[in-house]
Design a binder for this molecule. Sequence first.
Ligand code: URA
Length: 215
Amino acid sequence: MLVSYLKQTKELFGDELYLSKTSNSHEKNKNAKSDLDNFCKEIYECQKCPLGATRNKFVFGAGDPQANLMLVGEAPGAEEDRLGEPFVGRAGKLLDKILKAINRSRSKDVYICNVLKCRPPNNRDPLTSEVERCEPHLLKQIEIMRPKLIVALGRVAGKTLLKVEQPLKDMRGKLHDYFGTPLIVVYHPAALLRNPGLKPAAWEDFKWIRSILDN
Ligand code: URA
């Protein structure tokens, strides 16, 4: 098992390896699962913006309701819209491998969602008007889950949450604050697929994420 873990992290990120410890003193909401389920039932037919009319499925979010790590992408793509789950395409498969390398998974200490819960046509960037309507849903998810750390996946998620117009390189590597919860911006897994040369930097980010979670 250790051998396959080492092989897999080497494949993903090269030679540098860190082994994680697990400890957690963060206070959680014991009812997070039912609170999230109830909240989803309240909003899954949302029509607050025009994307409600064009979506196939509302993509609420998925993962461990007790997670300390909340990953936030920009918006569902075609596969997510078809299946109603976040990050299920090729980028999602890579994300799963990265999570495994930090000893986590969708069912273990990770919750994944998006700023927008419905797919923008042709995967265009979210409009400000859509974010204004949808971001309160994300804030409620955060209030229920009380994650220790939010990780924005990619430039669009980062700039949308932080309300800044900056390239990813300026947002990356810093501990930001999102309404009282620490937030880090990392490369979108789709960017890592397009440009595997970014993977060592992404691995640095995820080692940092793991150290925050484990301390
Ligand atoms: N990209 C995103 O930002 N979110 C998804 O759910 C899938 C791809």
